[in-house]
Design a protein. Structure first.
Lengths: 893, 122
């Protein structure tokens, strides 16, 4: 028991070590120190999960039972790695560019993201993997039992119980390993690191056992070769069909096994690792299978008859009393089994949760769940249960198959099951004509035949398949016999099943594909998968991307102009945290650029140009550049034209304005001339008429004569005054008048004006606040007096009061003098207040015969003096306010 | 029978001059010195002839002429337009509105008298 306990202890320590390695690798990846994690060596070692307990234990058994045939299982992958390197690279490229998470995802994505296909592939994969997991459980359980049996006085081994414990242990182990976090890219640095370590352990263990057997037990290379020659192995008949069939089968399984897809495509960090793996992995396989035949031969020779050849690797050291080597061997087998189960369970749980559990859960819980953070939790939970489910299924297979089958036979059932994916997968990658219907039909047909001819019979007669069916076919139809479909008697069962399932699979797939039509999404995905190398640049390197950016910049420069384009690109690069002018051609940037370009060349053209550079090109870049040049030229012409047109418009506007001004001036001049003409004609009419009366009339009284003569005199004066006013106004308006600055008080000026007004025509009383008039003025006092006299005489002439009174109020408002002239008349109507300062404006009846120029002259004078004259509304009568700055000196004008 | 003349004019000296000339010739001269109620004055006075200025306070001579011609009773009334606005366009406008005769200021007393006599002749 001490040995068994030791074995359990060693196992636990080994698992603890694996945990530590995985944990360390995850930590390192998290902190970005994962360069060594991403080496091609690790990648190659992770591929060695192909070598499971089947290899470790089963290969020897295979060899002991079937001779060199075991080599076919390693020949297939080797041929794939070396000969189908291009295909592998294509799968990896598609996996990365489409963010593929599993083989079910790959096939469903290719055929228009079909859920049905994903489910079908998942189901086939799960069922197909059952025997494989069972194989691992069986081998680990057997190896435990081998130790138990070897112990003196050991209890009778209970393989089934051991297998259950192993299954549970592996499930827990995988849950802890594989679902510690939910990575968006489904990469598991820790797991990959751990299985790489296990790859080393199992290789080392097998080599150690081999060396011990050859040199320890057998007595050297020569002795061993002699034993081989003497054994049955050398005399095994080599069945050609089995050799070809098994080699092909292992090659196909290598590509289609969910766990192989996981490590080869999903966990791939760099396409270039494939190059290393293409020679390193075959080397590994060669090394691991190097001692298979010697171990088998020596085992058959030394061990008692009836010993299970699948356990020679373990029982030979035990038999020789080499407990340490036996434990190492056990660890190698344990490594092989655990690494396979872990990765297979992870791969299958991803498929189960992504394609079956999550869709159902999301449909059931509706939109709310997607918005909340539950998704992550549910996904993790789904994966954990899926892992347990997958492992328990394996255990169920182990129990049902009775636990006695040869490991290799179980493995081949799995191989044939997953090989059904190959037509749909390869067709999807290389044939654009492949359709979803074809893939579905092919998979269904292939899987059904495999299930009927291989999976069900693998449990042995009468368990799941009655002996009658085996012997006479389903429903007694002898062409439906599982081992002799269509009367193909006498074939090896494995070759028979593989041949029929794959042949009909391929035929159905191709035929249905040809006669069905792909949906648009299928077409699109098909093109992207088949032409993956055309559509994607080398992943992981930025040079291709920046090269595209440079082309884009060249294009943009021609359309937008050099400086704006450079600024735009530099800004985009800066936003991406890059220096210089070339940003990564990210989707965001491309959309931004398209928007920018579409401002110049239109949306569709911009999209076409950008996608021609970024996507696959059917129009050469040179052609596009030519288009862009033309566009730029046209735009330049149009810019010039626009500038010219604007210039012309400006000139036209100026001309129009000038014309308007001239027209206005002309109208004003006409109106002015017509008014002057009228103003002159009126007094002249009186002059002429009365002088004719005086000349021609007889019998005029002296009274009449005097009166008419005085009218003539007055009208002559009026005419003179009019001419004086006109001249004065003209001089004032033209700015040709010279203002003479004088110094005097406001009082003196007003005294002079009122004195002049006294005795002129109608009587006018003038009221002043003389004390407020003591303000010294520096201005042209004569011109100011002219304004005052005009206002006083207007009041006298136009006031409609019976006894006209003019109030002159002077006041100082800060630095201005305000002089208000208010009479006691009825004032000027509001609508006429605005025109009284215009030339020839006269209010009411023109009895006084003014020409209407007085106020216009006043306004001009006050402007010259730096002040103003305004009508003051809201007073009792007509009121004018004259404003004048106190100290402002009159500028010499 | 004495012919009645209505002088519509705002310039006092001209009113006096025209009144003097026509009265001396034996015509009955009445005057009206603003535009806005000129047409009413014409209806009230019922003259044989109207002498009409253009530049009148309140309403201009063209509008008054149009109103006179629009009135059925006054449609045939002789109207002599006597104005300081002697431009050709004013003469054209007056003709279009149905003026009987158009004379410009300053005028010859003899010519005005002759025109008036001619227009009021039976």
């Amino acid at each position: 028991m001490a040995t068994l306990n030791l074995l359990v202890l060693v196992c636990l320590l080994y698992v603890a070590l694996l945990f530590a390695v995985a944990f360390g690798a995850d930590r390192a990846a998290l902190h970005g120190r994962s360069r060594w994690l991403r080496s091609s060596l690790i990648y190659t070692l992770s591929l060695s999960i192909y070598c499971t307990a089947w290899t470790f234990y089963g290969a020897v058994g295979f060899a002991a039972r079937s001779g060199l045939e075991y080599l076919t299982i390693y020949l297939g992958p080797t041929l794939v790695m070396i000969g189908w390197w291009y295909t592998l690279r294509k799968m990896v490229r598609i996996g990365r560019s489409q963010r593929i998470t599993s083989i079910a995802d790959l096939i469903s994505s290719r055929y228009g993201k079909s859920t049905l296909l994903a489910v079908l592939v998942t189901v086939i994969a799960v069922i197909g993997t059952m025997p494989y997991v069972a194989l691992q459980l069986q081998s680990v359980a057997l190896s435990f039992d081998a130790f138990a049996e070897a112990e003196p006085g050991g209890r009778a081994p209970n393989t089934e119980a051991t297998a259950l414990w192993v299954a549970l242990g592996l499930a827990i182990f995988t849950v802890l390993f594989g679902t510690r976090n939910l990575n968006a890219n489904e990469r598991h640095h820790g797991v990959v690191m751990a299985i790489a370590l296990e790859a080393v352990v199992k290789l080392f263990a097998l080599l150690a056992v081999g060396v011990f057997v050859v040199w320890g037990l057998s007595g050297g290379v020569g002795d061993t070769l002699a034993r081989i020659d003497a054994s049955n192995i050398a005399r095994w008949e080599v069945s050609g069909s089995r050799w070809v069939g098994l080699t092909m089968l292992s090659a196909m399984a290598f590509l289609c096994l969910p766990r192989m897809f996981q490590v080869m495509v999903v966990e791939n960090e760099d396409e270039r690792h494939l190059r290393t793996a293409s020679w390193a992995f075959p080397t590994y396989i060669m090394l691991i299978s190097l001692f298979v035949v010697p171990i088998a031969v020596v085992g058959l020779d030394i061990l008692p008859a009836g010993s299970n050849p699948d356990l020679f690797v373990l029982t030979l050291p035990l038999h020789a009393g080499q407990d340490g080597l036996a434990i190492l061997s056990f660890l190698g087998g344990f490594s092989s089994a655990t690494s396979m189960v872990i990765v297979a369970a992870i791969a299958l749980s991803t498929m189960l949760s992504n394609h079956i559990v999550m869709p159902i859960w999301l449909r059931m819980s509706g939109k709310h769940a997607m918005m909340s953070g539950d998704v992550r939790e549910v996904a993790l939970l789904a994966r954990r249960f899926s892992i347990v489910f997958v492992v328990l299924l394996g255990y169920a297979y182990f129990r049902l198959s009775g636990g006695g089958a040869a490991l290799a036979a179980m493995g081949l059932v799995s191989f044939a099951g997953v090989a059904q994916f190959l037509p749909a997968m390869m067709g999807g990658i290389f044939w654009r004509g492949a359709t979803r219907a074809g893939a579905l039909a092919g998979l269904l047909v292939g899987a059904m035949i495999w299930f009927y001819t291989m999976f069900l019979p693998s449990f042995g007669a009468s368990l799941l398949m009655p002996q009658a069916v085996l012997d006479h076919g389903l429903f007694g139809q002898d062409w439906l016999r599982p081992y002799a479909l269509f009367w193909t008697n006498g074939m090896d069962p494995v070759v028979h099943a593989v041949m029929w399932s794959l042949t009909l699979n391929i035929l159905t797939f191709v035929t249905v594909s040809i006669f069905s039509f792909p949906s648009p999404l299928e077409r699109l995905q098909g093109a992207q998968f088949v032409n993956v190398f055309r559509h994607t640049s080398t992943t992981g390197t930025w040079s291709g991307g920046l090269g595209q950016s440079e082309d884009l910049l060249t294009l943009a420069q021609r359309i937008m102009g050099a400086v704006p384009a450079q600024q735009f690109f530099a800004a985009a690069a800066q936003r991406q945290g890059l220096e210089g002018y070339l940003p990564e051609p990210s989707t965001d940037f491309l959309q931004e650029l398209e928007r920018e370009l579409s401002g110049s060349v239109g949306g569709a053209t911009a999209h076409a140009m950008v996608s021609q550079i970024v996507g696959g090109a059917t129009v050469s870049v040179e052609d596009l550049m030519a288009v862009a040049d033309e566009t730029a030229q046209i735009m330049e012409y149009s810019n010039q034209l626009e500038a010219k047109s604007q210039e012309l418009q400006r000139a036209a506007r100026q001309l129009r304005e000038a014309n308007d001004k001239l027209t206005q001036m002309s109208v004003q001049k006409d109106s002015f001339l017509s008014q002057i003409s009228h103003e002159l004609r009126t007094p002249m009419t009186s002059l002429r008429s009365f002088s004719e009366i005086l000349r021609d009339s007889d019998n005029l009284t002296s009274e009449e004569t005097r009166r008419y003569a005085s009218i003539i005199h007055d009208e002559a004066l009026r005419l003179t005054r009019l001419l004086d006013d006109l001249l004065d106004l003209s001089v004032l308006e033209n700015g040709q008048v010279v203002m003479n600055e004088q110094v005097g008080t406001l009082q003196t000026v007003l005294d002079r004006c009122t004195a002049m007004a006294v005795g002129e025509g109608r009587k006018l009383e003038i009221i002043r606040n003389r004390e407020a008039e003591d303000i010294v003025l520096h201005t042209d006092l004569d011109r100011l007096a002219q304004v005052f006299i005009n206002l006083i005489s207007n009041a006298r002439k136009y006031s409609d009061a019976e006894a006209p009174v003019l109030t002159i109020r002077s006041a100082l408002d800060r630095d201005r003098v305000l002089i208000d002239f208010t009479d006691n008349g009825s004032g000027i109507p509001t609508e006429e207040q605005s025109v009284i300062f215009e030339k020839f404006a006269r209010v009411g009846q023109n009895e006084a015969g003014g020409a209407g120029l007085g106020l216009a002259i006043c306004r001009e004078i006050m402007q010259r003096l730096g002040g103003s004259i305004t009508y003051l509304p809201g007073q009792s009568g007509t009121a004018f306010r004259v404003t004048l700055p106190v100290s402002t000196r009159v500028a010499a004008q | 029978m004495t012919k009645k003349v209505l002088l519509i004019e705002d310039e006092p000296n001209i009113i006096e001059a025209v009144s003097f000339i026509l009265s001396r010739a034996g015509l009955d001269v009445k005057t009206h010195s603003n535009g806005h109620d000129a047409v009413e004055a014409v209806r009230a006075r019922d003259p044989d002839l109207v002498i009409l200025d253009i530049m009148l306070p309140g309403r201009n001579g063209f509008d008054i002429l149009q109103d006179i011609r629009a009135d059925a009773d006054l449609a045939d009334l002789p109207v002599l337009m006597l104005t300081a606005r002697g431009q050709e366009k004013d003469r054209e406008l007056a003709k279009r509105f149905g003026v009987s005769r158009f004379m410009t200021k300053p005028f010859s007393n003899a010519e005005v008298l002759e025109a008036v006599r001619d227009m009021v002749a039976p």
